[in-house]
Design a protein around this ligand. Sequence first.
Ligand SMILES: [Zn+2]
Ligand SMILES: [Zn+2]
Length: 347
Amino acid sequence: MLPELAPKMLAMVLSRPGAPLELRELDVPQPGAGQLLLEVTACGICRTDLHIVDGELTEPQLPLVPGHQIVGRVARCGAGVNGGVISQRVGVPWLGGTCGSCRYCLGGQENLCDHAVFTGYQINGGFAGYCLADARFCFPLPDGYPDLQVAPLLCAGLIGYRSLRMAGEGRQLGIYGFGAAAHIVTQVAVWQGRQVYAFTRPGDLAGQAFARRMGACWAGGSFDRPPQELDSAIIFAPAGELVPAALQAVRKGGRVVCGGIHMSAIPSFSYDLLWGERSLVSVANLTRQDGEEFLALAPQVPVRTEVTAFRLEQANEALAALRSGQLEGAGVLLVDEQIRKRGARGD
Ligand SMILES: [Zn+2]
Ligand SMILES: [Zn+2]
C-alpha cells in the first residue's frame, strides 16, 4: 500500500508577469496517463525563471508554478507507467514534452520541436510541494549528489554542457557571465584539458575570485582583453553587448555560443568582427540525450555545485538575489517535510 497523500500542497504561483510570486494552497494534482506525480524535494532557480516572471518570455500558462530544475521522489504513477519507479529519485528538466512527429523530433533535434512544452512555463513546475511530469522526460539522478546539489545540474548543467559541446574542441575557452551554468561548465572544461577565461560584470571582483576558485586560469571584466586569443566563447549573461565583445576576443575560425534563452538587443557591429570565418550560434533547450550524457559525465569529473539554499516560500527573495548578481553559483529552493505538512494542514 502506498502512503496516503495529503489533498493540498503549497506552491509559489505567478498570476501575471511582473508581479511577485504568491504563496498559495493548491490541490495536489493527479497523474494522468504516462505521468509521474513527484514529491518535490528541491528545485533550482534559473535565469529563465526570471525572464518568465519579468514577462520577457511571453507565452507562459497562467497561473503558473515556475521551476524547471526539479528533484523529487516518485509518489504516484499514472496509467501506463511501470510502478517500479515508485519512490525513486528523479530529475525534471526544462524540456517537458515534445510532439514526437515534427521534422525536428524525427531528425534528432527534439530540442527544436515545433510543439514542445516546457516545464515551469507551459506546464507547472517545481516551486511546489508536488508536481506532475511526463515519465519519458524525467532522468534518473546520479548517486552521490544530495538533492540540493544535484538540482542545478538539471538546467545550468545541461544547457551549459550543450553550449560547451557547441563551442567545439578549442582549448582556450571564454565564458561571459559567471553564474550557475558557468561554474559547472568551467569544471567540465578544465577536466577536458581546456583553459577557461572568465568574464564578469566589470568590477565584480568577488565573481572573478569565484571563477578562479572554480578553475578559471584568468578572470576579468566583460570588456577586458584576455591575455590569450580565444578559440571559442560562451555567453551566459543576457546582455547583447557581449556578442561583439566576445567576437572581438575569439580568433579567426572561432565560435561564439549564446547559451541563454533571452538576450537584450545585440548592438550593430563591424563586419570585421565576424570576418575570418568566425561564427555565432545560439543554443536552444536540450535533448534527452544531452541529459543522459551530462548526468553520466558529471560524477566522473566530478562536478561539484556551489549552492545557496532558500526555502520554497522565499522564492521571490531567491529570484531577487539572482537578478542582482548576488548569488555565487546556483540558487536552489528547498521543499522539506515541514512545508509539505503546512500545505496539507492548510495553514
Ligand atoms: Zn516535435
Ligand atoms: Zn533554466
